[in-house]
Design a protein around this ligand. Structure first.
Ligand code: ATP
Ligand code: MG
Length: 243
């Protein structure tokens, strides 16, 4: 039992939930280490949404709302942490929700799809094909889903696939706490924020962006600026840590 007055209560509850999700076949063992890396960067960020992350979130929403065929790609960690948040974003944006896994088994795909459906998402499932130019299992997707997408939201993505999606000409919206990762650097828009804070902000923006603001955000996108602001926030906190 984690005492609610523990100063790291939320983080400990999340860890417990992820460990449980490994036992339920949703999260891979490797997913736990990926979460740990994310936690470390979130510490540097001060575990809050920064002003530049909010701009990135609103810009991501602008892309989703103007997309022809938007897809939200979901892996085990994302489903375990935020199934409901994914369903809400789907409702606000009209995007397709598709499961895509690095450590892929049919059984895990089915479990994750069921978790998403229980949370209210309409999951695009059915037989997948090896369609992306990758040597690992993230290559598996559906022709009418991710393969045909013009805009793909990739929470907690692997760098290889992010680069492959960009090379295919897609707009890639990444949510990644590590501003130095290949994913963060290759994406069209990088949201350097924790998934469970980022999703509701993107959903809200999908609902409240005016046409004019949407256009302005799309025109003024500068991902290099968004990444350098995230790094500046982190290094600023680090350099003030012992003051
Ligand atoms: P890349 O493959 O892009 O070079 P990587 O190999 O460091 O990066 P992966 O293991 O492929 O990273 O992907 C996990 C990424 O997700 C990490 O960069 C981590 O910071 C990030 N991450 C983990 N948990 C969260 C979370 N809850 N919210 C946002 N980002 C997260
Ligand atoms: Mg990687």
């Amino acid at each position: 039992m984690i005492p609610p007055d523990h100063p790291r209560y939320r983080s400990l509850v999340t860890r417990e939930h992820l460990a449980e999700s490994v036992k339920n076949g949703i999260v891979s063992m490797e997913g736990l280490t990926a979460h740990g890396r994310g936690e470390a960067f979130d510490y540097f960020l001060g575990e809050r949404t920064t002003a530049s992350a909010l701009i990135a979130e609103r810009t991501a929403a602008a892309f989703l709302m103007t997309a022809r065929h938007p897809v939200i790609s979901v892996n085990g960690n994302a489903a375990a942490l935020a199934a409901r948040g994914i369903a809400d974003l789907q409702e606000a944006s009209g995007a397709i929700v598709e499961v895509n896994l690095f450590h892929r088994t049919e059984e895990r795909v089915r479990r994750i799809e069921n978790l998403l459906r229980d949370a209210g998402a309409d999951v695009f499932s059915g037989p997948a094909e090896r369609l992306l130019p990758l040597s690992h299992d993230r290559a598996w997707c559906r022709r009418e889903g991710m393969f045909s997408a013009d805009v793909v939201l990739v929470p907690l993505e692997d760098g290889d696939r992010c680069e492959a999606l960009v090379k295919m000409g897609k707009t890639v919206l990444a949510i990644d706490l590590n501003p130095l990762s290949r994913t963060a650097r290759a994406a069209t828009v990088t949201v350097v924020d924790e998934l469970t804070r980022a999703l509701p902000n993107i959903t809200r923006a999908c609902r409240d962006l005016t046409g004019e603001e949407r256009g302005r955000l799309l025109q003024s996108l500068d991902n290099h600026y968004l990444l350098s602001e995230a790094i500046r926030e982190m290094t600023g906190r680090l350099s003030r840590a012992l003051d």
